[in-house]
Design a protein around this ligand. Structure first.
Ligand code: ASP
Length: 411
């Protein structure tokens, strides 16, 4: 099992690097070469989309069945509450730290100073009011939630269902047993689909790299640099720190263990889409139990977005600087609160963070037209922030498991 995991990891990493090189190499030639524009790139696009769709196919049955089993196997509702409280507290704390890092870097790097915004086009997309985001977690019709893959509603219903099954005696046990079998089948499917990851990763990153060649990035180099540096520092300091202090394991053990999920998140730009791989990595490579991981990770994929929060901090300053608005310290403190809430409300799908950025900009009095500035390079920023979003979920998951006395795998 271990050697298999190693070789898949290598294959994914190789697919990733080759995909970037290939994308950069062919990017400038795509428009003039019929073979590339008519066949090769559409083919790669299709391979990437199939990989993404297969991952998405797993999510609803995997999350629903594993949360039911997880909630029932934690057994004691008090323990479930304790794990829930720890998880949410850690998610909020890491997110707030991420925004602070984003704001610090925005002030230091000053990505928007000297920007020429005359040609920027506003394309504002209204974000949902926060109250609606909260109300929306309660499902009126759980079947509809499943059909629409509304993750928070699925989590709420599955938790109720799992706990209720516990109190329903023998019949409840039988239902939990059935969901346990479904969850096992879904894990097995996940492992099968993961074998396609090196090709899917190659295709997805090649298409993105060919679209966003290096030259297009130049005017935005500073904002990209600030977001990437922030994500790197956040992972290095916060996640390594959590793993060393609470799990008593080396950062290398941790980053290597979750690398497949991190890379997949980078190329798919979707926390939800990556979820099956995240769960598999945390269980197989870190040794976290099914009951903790199947509760902590789906919740994280939905509400914990450290990368998105960090990006919102950097982008708020970027927009302020680009439009010549002076953001006071108070306004920046306000951004910590809004960006935390906005990141909770961000769906784990590509580009969702950009929509939530409208909320952060409007609530801090910044011009909404700033969205137009960021939109052009959003995919590049989305890759880094999604990678951190998913990596952050795994760090919190490992810490919660360790705090519950679980024996994690050795270094
Ligand atoms: N794409 C991100 C994710 O799935 C969300 C975002 O756009 O910030 O985690």
């Amino acid at each position: 099992m271990a050697s298999k995991g190693m070789s898949l990891l290598w294959k994914i990493s190789i697919g990733f690097v080759l995909g970037i090189l290939f994308g950069f190499a062919v990017g400038p030639k795509v428009s003039e070469t019929v073979v590339l524009s008519g066949y090769v790139m559409p083919f790669l696009d299709m391979v990437g989309k199939i990989f993404l769709t297969l991952l998405k196919m797993l999510i609803v049955p995997l999350v629903f069945s594993s949360i039911v089993v997880g909630a029932a196997s934690i057994g004691d509702p008090k323990k479930l509450g304790r794990i829930g409280a720890k998880t949410v507290a850690l998610y909020l704390l890491t997110t707030a730290v991420a925004i602070v890092i984003g704001l610090l870097l925005g002030n230091l790097v000053q990505p928007g100073v000297g920007m020429n915004i005359a040609g920027a086009k506003a394309n504002p997309v209204p974000a949902k009011p926060l109250m609606d985001v909260f109300l929306d977690i309660f499902p009126a019709n759980p079947i509809e939630s499943l059909v629409k893959a509304n993750m928070l509603q699925i989590i709420v219903f599955a938790l109720f269902f799992g706990v209720a099954a516990l109190f329903a005696g023998d019949k409840g046990k039988r239902v939990v047993g059935a969901f346990d079998s479904i969850a096992e089948v879904m894990y097995s499917m996940t492992h099968t689909i993961m074998r396609m990851a090196p090709y899917g990763v190659f295709a997805l990153i090649a298409v993105t790299a060919s679209k966003y060649g290096l030259s297009i990035l130049a005017p935005f180099a500073k904002v990209i640099f600030a977001v990437y540096l922030g994500c790197f520092l956040h992972a290095l300091i916060v996640y390594s720190g959590l793993v060393v202090v609470f799990c008593k394991r080396s950062p290398l053990w941790y980053f290597k263990g979750v690398q497949e999920a991190s890379i997949t998140a980078f190329v798919t730009r979707s926390s939800s889409g990556t979820l099956p791989i995240t769960i598999a990595n945390v269980q197989d490579n870190l040794g976290v139990s099914e009951s903790v991981s199947s509760f902590v990770l789906p919740l994280g994929a939905t509400i914990n977005m450290d990368g998105t929060a960090l990006y919102q901090g950097v982008c708020a300053l970027f927009v302020a600087q680009a439009f010549g608005v002076d953001l006071s310290l108070n306004a920046q403190l306000g951004i910590i609160v809004t960006a935390t809430l906005a990141s909770i409300g961000t769906a784990g799908v590509p580009g969702a963070g950009l929509i939530m950025l409208t909320l952060v900009l409007t609530s801090s009095g910044l011009p909404i037209e700033g969205i137009g500035l960021v939109a052009g390079i959003d995919a590049v920023l989305d890759a880094a922030r999604t990678c951190i979003n998913v990596t952050g979920d795994t760090a919190v998951c490992a810490v919660v498991a360790a705090s519950e006395g679980e024996k994690l795998l050795d270094n």
